[in-house]
Write a protein that binds this ligand. Structure first.
Ligand code: ADP
Length: 442
């Protein structure tokens, strides 16, 4: 009994505890159910949100990486839908603007590439950031290998480096003239580029080689004409002085001196006529007077006119006319003049007892005229230059002093007809001049 009384409260406590634990357990279970339920509901709502924001995030990254066609493409309800639509609208605008910008850039590049003048853009360190096609061609390098090169390396010219520096530092535009290998002359213009981003200085090279060459030709021309005029004038002056000093009283000597003066005057007249011819032809001032011309007859006429001169030097003037030359529509006076020049040269440069052969033959569309001599010939160094104005090969070999204009006139006359003239010769082996003319004007 006593024991029962001892155990009873313990049992009551134990029972109470068990029910309390049970109650606690069931309460806890309720909480767990509630939490799990809550998470499930939250997951149902949040997963699509995460998915959409992730899609927008990916599209944003793609756009940033240059894929301007990237879109989020979510058109659901609520703020996410609005965000996605706003993003897509922005991406669309970026795409349009980038397309316009790249079209503008392409146009600029195409324009710079089509420029005949080499154009180079430099950064603020004077390194190449762009070189157009003409520049790549000039430096014989492609765009990739030029990019990054310093201008000092590309164009090692102190004036250019100074000009680039002053354009970069003080924004001035500078023009300088430089010479490149192969006697090429350039005017270099350097300008600073404001708001050009990476492009700080623009260097444009303008090829002025032709202008320089023309200036040189003009200077040479004046020098040559003065020289050619001075020689006969000095001769005439010497004759006058000799006559004045007493030779006038010696009738025979006086006649001798007068003859000498006369031939100097002839030389002057010939020179002035040739100069006038040349200037008229070169300025295109005399149009061709084309007429149908019998070529064999033209060749015979030239031979007849010059035969006395050839005979004086005991030169054989031979005609080779196989009869195939026929007619051609040419300015006969000009072609006759050209042939006269060639035969006169042949007479001048062929020693006594030699032979000169004139020939004419033709194909269906062309006429070929040749003047061949057995004279002193032309050395290989002089041969490519004999058609230049005032060019004369070593005169000590020839005796007769010409002006060096004759062959330039021949070349002009033939080329005005759309034909060509060439010379084949070797020192001591005679010369052959060949004229090829079209039968009809082109
Ligand atoms: P030039 O008045 O000196 O003859 P050209 O223009 O007619 O001027 O000729 C130029 C040069 O070409 C001559 O000085 C001469 O050296 C050379 N030449 C022309 N024709 C002949 C030829 N038939 N034989 C040798 N040399 C020639």
């Amino acid at each position: 009994m006593n024991r029962l009384w001892v155990l009873l409260p313990a049992a009551v406590i134990a029972l109470g505890l068990a029910s309390a634990v049970a109650a606690l357990q069931s309460a806890l279970a309720g909480v767990v159910v509630a939490v799990v339920g809550g998470v499930a509901v939250a997951a149902l709502v949040l997963v699509p949100v995460f998915r959409t924001t992730r899609t927008i995030g990916i599209a944003a990254h793609q756009l940033a990486a240059g894929d301007y066609a990237a879109r989020a493409g979510y058109s659901g309800p609520g703020e996410l839908g609005e965000l996605s639509e706003a993003f897509d609208a922005m991406a669309q605008r970026v795409q349009v603007q980038m397309a316009a910008a790249s079209e503008g850039r392409n146009r600029l590049m195409a324009a710079l590439d089509s420029s005949v003048d080499p154009v180079i853009a430099l950064d603020s360190e004077a390194r190449v950031v762009f070189a157009n096609l003409a520049a790549q061609h000039l430096f014989e390098r492609d765009a990739k290998t030029i990019a990054g090169d310093s201008i000092a390396w590309l164009l090692p010219d102190e004036q250019v480096i100074d000009a680039v520096r002053s354009s970069r530092e003080s924004g001035t535009q500078t023009r300088i003239d430089i010479e490149q290998p192969g006697r090429r002359f350039f005017q270099v213009v350097t300008s600073s580029i404001t708001a050009g981003g990476e492009w700080a200085v623009l260097v444009v090279l303008h090829d002025v080689s032709d202008v320089r060459r023309t200036e040189q030709i003009r200077r040479d021309f004046v020098a040559n004409v003065s020289h050619e005029l001075r020689t006969p004038l000095a001769g005439i002056k010497a004759v006058i002085e000799t006559l004045a000093e007493g030779a006038l009283d010696d009738r025979k000597a006086a006649m001798d001196f007068l003859n000498r003066a006369d031939s100097e005057v002839d030389r002057l007249i010939l020179l002035v006529e040739e100069l006038l011819d040349l200037s008229r032809i070169e300025s295109g001032g005399v149009p061709l007077e084309r007429r149908e011309t019998d070529i064999d007859a033209l060749v015979r006429e030239v031979a007849d006119r010059l035969r006395p001169q050839a005979e004086r030097k005991r030169l054989d003037l031979v005609l080779e006319l196989p009869g195939s030359a026929g007619t051609a529509t040419i300015d006969s006076a000009r072609i006759e003049r050209a042939l006269l020049n060639l035969v006169l040269n042949a007479i001048k440069f062929t020693p006594d007892g030699g032979a000169i052969t004139m020939s004419a033959e033709g194909t269906r569309s062309t006429i070929v005229l040749k003047v061949r001599d057995t004279g002193i010939g032309i050395d290989s160094a002089a041969l490519p230059r004999i058609f230049e104005r005032f060019y004369k090969a070593d005169l000590s070999r020839a005796g007769g002093a010409g002006s060096g204009i004759g062959l330039a006139i021949v070349k002009h006359a033939i080329e005005a007809h759309g034909g060509s003239v060439r010379a084949e010769s070797a020192l001591g082996a005679g010369s052959t001049f060949t004229i090829t003319l079209p039968r009809l004007p082109a």
